[in-house]
Design a protein around this ligand. Structure first.
Ligand code: 5GP
Length: 191
């Protein structure tokens, strides 16, 4: 999506550790107009399929998920990072390694908020090694629901997450795919 690519080039900063900082519009301060347009773009790509819920993970996926859900007229559910290892029996749980912090979190979703037979669209701000997305996929499967797609605002295409999910047959859509990035610049994959 050209508008997102322009925002990344204009405002993004490449940090050590292979991290792209875009917190001035995507995941700390939120540019509502831009994220709404991104949400509409996602909707237009999935409008032929029923989406009962959008599932993301706290905290950085929530804004993009919410501004997309307004077009699908569906609820957003975000997996919470569990603070204890005692996962309540009324929750689905997955274990996910955090890309940015390096620690491992249990993420949990109440069984009230995903039901068997539902169509679930998974969303996040970034797709890198696929840890977060795979954790969300396993929660959807535990619930007996169906993953209709995995959407990332930004995929780092040189990391394995997106291609592994595609190889497993998931419909992965990324609004911008970065092929390389370093202090000299960011290169996007051609459409
Ligand atoms: P993955 O789980 O696919 O390895 O990484 C995705 C998760 O890590 C996202 O939830 C995102 O918050 C974070 N992440 C991965 N790469 C980046 C990055 O380059 N910049 C930022 N800001 N977050 C990232």
């Amino acid at each position: 999506m050209e508008l997102l690519k322009s925002a990344i080039l204009e405002k993004g900063k490449v940090l050590p550790g292979d991290v792209l900082k875009v917190d001035c519009f995507l995941n700390h301060q939120i540019d509502i107009q831009l994220l709404s347009k991104m949400g509409k773009y996602v909707y237009d790509n999935f409008s032929d399929c029923r989406v009962d819920r959008i599932l993301t993970v706290e905290a950085s996926g929530i804004a993009f998920a919410c501004l997309t859900a307004q077009f699908f007229c569906c609820p957003v559910v975000f997996a919470k990072k569990s603070k204890t290892s005692n996962v309540p029996g009324d929750c689905y749980m997955a274990t996910v390694k955090s890309y940015t912090h390096g620690n491992v979190n249990d993420i949990i979703v109440s069984k009230d908020y995903i039901k068997a037979g539902e169509n679930v669209l998974i969303m996040d701000d970034f797709l890198a090694h696929g840890e977060a997305a795979n954790g969300l996929v396993s929660i959807v499967k535990s619930a007996g629901a169906k993953v209709v797609g995995v959407v990332a605002a930004i995929e780092k295409g040189y990391q394995k997450g997106g291609d592994e999910l595609r190889a497993k047959g998931y419909n992965v859509m990324s609004l911008a795919i970065i092929d390389s990035m370093d202090l000299s610049g960011i290169k996007f994959r051609e459409n």
